[in-house]
Write a protein that binds this ligand. Structure first.
Ligand code: PLP
Length: 436
C-alpha cells in the first residue's frame, strides 16, 4: 500500500521526536493479526500490542462490523440525561469480570480521562461522607497515569512533569519498587514488600486522615514493567484500610487479561476501591476508557444528593459513545468466547522463559516479566534514553515494533500470539541488541 503526502510538517506528533521522525518516518499503512506493514512494504511484528491495546490482534472483523452497524443504526446519543442500550450492556459486561464488589462503571475516552475521573470520584466520595478535608493524594516514583493535569500531578516520571509545574498540589510520592537485588528475576520478586511502609511514613508525616486516595499501577507499566514484590500490594491495602484511604489501581495496561487474569487485582489477590481501565477495553479499535468502583463508593456519592439531582458533576461529550460501546461489546465477547485471559496465562510461562533467555546479553541491565508483559532494560549509553531511542528504530527496520521508555523496551504480545511469534520476537531482540 502506498503512502503519499505532500508534507509531514502539519501533524505535531505526540510523544515523538518530530524532527528525527520526519527525517526518516516509520509509517504503518496496514495492520493485521500480529503484524504491521510499513510504507516501504516491510512486515513488522507488533511486540507491544500497539500500546498494550490490541490483545485480540489487529483488524478483527467482528469489531469492525459492530462499529459499522452501530454507526448506521445510531451514531451518537447525548450522554447526559439520555442513554442508549450499548453503554448499559458494556457496563454489565465489564462489571461481570471486575472483582466483587466493584459493580459500577463510568465511561470516559482514554486512560488519562479515567485518572482525572478517579481523582474526582475520590474527592466526591470523601465530601459526601463529610470528609472533604481529605485533599491529599499519594502516588509513586516512576508512576505513569497519563498526561492530563490529574495524571501529570500524580506522575513519577521526571520528563512527564518537569515542564509542567502548575499541577495539582498536595501529591506525595512513595518510592518505586525497582531494587538492584531483584534484577533478572522473572515474576514477582520476593524482596521489597517493606517499600509499602513508605505509605505509613506519609500517614505519620501528613496525617492519614488528610489523604483521599493512593494511586498505583499494580504493575508499573510505562516505566518498564516493575512487578510488585510479594506482599507489597496487600500491605498497601491494609494501610489504606487503617486510615480510611481509597486505594486506586490504575489498570489501564494490566486490565483485560494482561496478567493472565481479568485484572491485576485478581492476579495479586488485592481488591482496590476504584479501578481505571482503557486500551484493551475495545481492543484499541475505538478510544475508550472506564472507571469501575465498589458499590460503597457509588452508593455514598449517589445517595448524598436528592433523588432528582445530578449526583456527580462530571462527564464527557463522548462518554460511552455508541461506536466505542459497540467495539467494547464485540471485544469483550471475543475475550469471553475464546477464553483469552486464560490463554494469556498459559502462554505467559513460555513467554517469560523466552524473554529471560536474553539474560546473557552484555548490553542488558535487567529483564522483568509478569503474565504477557515484560521489559528488557538496556545499560544506558550516552544520555539516558539515547540508546533506547536508537534501538526502537533499529528494531523497527529489523521487523519488530516494541514501545520504549528511556532505555527500557516494553514487550506485550497479543493474547492470540503463538509460540512461533514469541520466538520471532525474542530472536529479533537478540539479533538487534547483539550489535550494540
Ligand atoms: C497506567 C496508565 N495509566 C494511564 C494511561 C493513559 O492512557 P491514555 O494514553 O489512553 O490517556 C496509560 C497509558 O499508557 C497508562 O499506561
Amino acid at each position: 500500500m502506498e503512502f503519499t503526502t505532500n508534507s509531514l510538517e502539519q501533524h505535531w506528533m505526540p510523544f515523538t521526536a518530530n524532527r528525527d521522525f520526519k527525517a526518516n518516518p516509520r509509517i504503518v499503512v496496514k495492520s493485521e493479526g500480529m503484524y504491521l506493514v510499513d510504507h516501504k512494504g516491510g512486515t513488522v511484528l507488533d511486540g507491544s500490542s500497539g500500546l498494550f491495546c490490541t490483545p485480540l490482534g489487529h483488524g478483527r472483523p467482528e469489531i469492525a462490523n459492530a462499529v459499522h452497524q452501530q454507526l448506521l443504526t445510531n451514531d451518537y446519543t447525548a450522554p447526559f440525561q439520555l442513554g442508549h442500550p450499548g453503554s448499559f450492556e458494556l457496563a454489565s459486561k465489564v462489571a461481570r469480570i471486575t472483582p466483587e464488589p466493584m459493580n459500577h462503571v463510568f465511561f470516559v475516552n482514554s486512560g488519562s480521562e479515567s485518572i482525572d475521573t478517579a481523582l474526582k470520584m475520590a474527592m466526591a466520595y470523601h465530601r459526601a461522607k463529610g470528609d472533604g478535608h481529605r485533599n491529599r493524594f499519594v502516588s509513586r516514583e516512576r508512576a505513569y497515569h497519563g498526561v492530563n493535569m490529574g495524571g501529570v500531578s500524580l506522575a513519577g516520571m521526571v520528563k512527564n512533569r518537569e515542564t509542567f509545574t502548575n499541577v495539582m498540589p498536595n501529591v506525595v510520592c512513595m518510592r518505586h519498587t525497582w531494587m538492584p537485588e531483584n534484577a533478572f528475576i522473572p515474576g514477582q520478586p520476593t524482596k521489597g514488600a517493606e517499600l509499602a511502609e513508605d505509605l505509613v511514613r506519609i500517614c505519620e508525616t501528613y496525617g492519614g486522615s488528610t489523604i483521599a486516595a493512593v494511586f498505583v499501577e499494580p504493575i508499573a507499566g510505562s516505566t518498564g514493567c516493575l512487578v510488585p514484590p510479594v506482599g507489597y500490594l496487600n500491605r498497601l491495602r491494609e494501610i489504606c484500610d487503617q486510615h480510611g484511604i481509597l486505594l486506586v489501581f490504575d489498570e489501564v495496561i494490566t486490565g483485560f487479561g494482561r496478567t493472565g487474569h481479568a485484572f491485576a487485582a485478581d492476579a495479586f489477590g488485592v481488591i482496590p476501591d476504584i479501578m481505571t481501565m482503557a486500551k484493551a477495553l475495545t481492543n484499541g479499535a475505538q478510544p475508550m476508557g472506564a472507571v469501575c468502583v465498589r458499590d460503597e463508593v457509588y452508593d455514598t456519592i449517589i445517595n448524598a444528593s436528592p433523588d432528582n439531582a445530578i449526583e456527580f458533576f462530571h462527564g464527557y461529550t463522548y462518554s460511552g459513545h455508541p461506536a466505542a460501546c459497540a467495539a467494547g461489546i464485540a471485544a469483550q465477547d471475543i475475550f469471553q468466547r475464546d477464553d483469552l485471559f486464560a490463554r494469556a496465562g498459559k502462554l505467559a510461562g513460555y513467554f517469560g522463559e523466552a524473554v529471560h533467555s536474553l539474560k546473557d546479553l552484555e548490553c542488558l541491565k535487567d529483564i522483568r516479566s509478569y503474565g504477557l508483559m515484560a521489559a528488557v532494560e538496556l545499560k544506558p549509553k550516552g544520555a539516558p534514553g539515547a540508546l533506547g531511542t536508537q534501538m526502537q528504530k533499529d528494531l523497527f527496520w529489523n521487523g519488530l515494533h516494541i514501545k520504549f521508555t528511556g532505555d527500557s523496551g516494553i514487550i506485550a504480545p497479543q493474547f492470540v500470539a503463538e509460540e512461533k511469534h514469541i520466538d520471532e520476537l525474542v530472536d529479533k531482540l537478540r539479533k538487534t541488541f547483539s550489535k550494540i
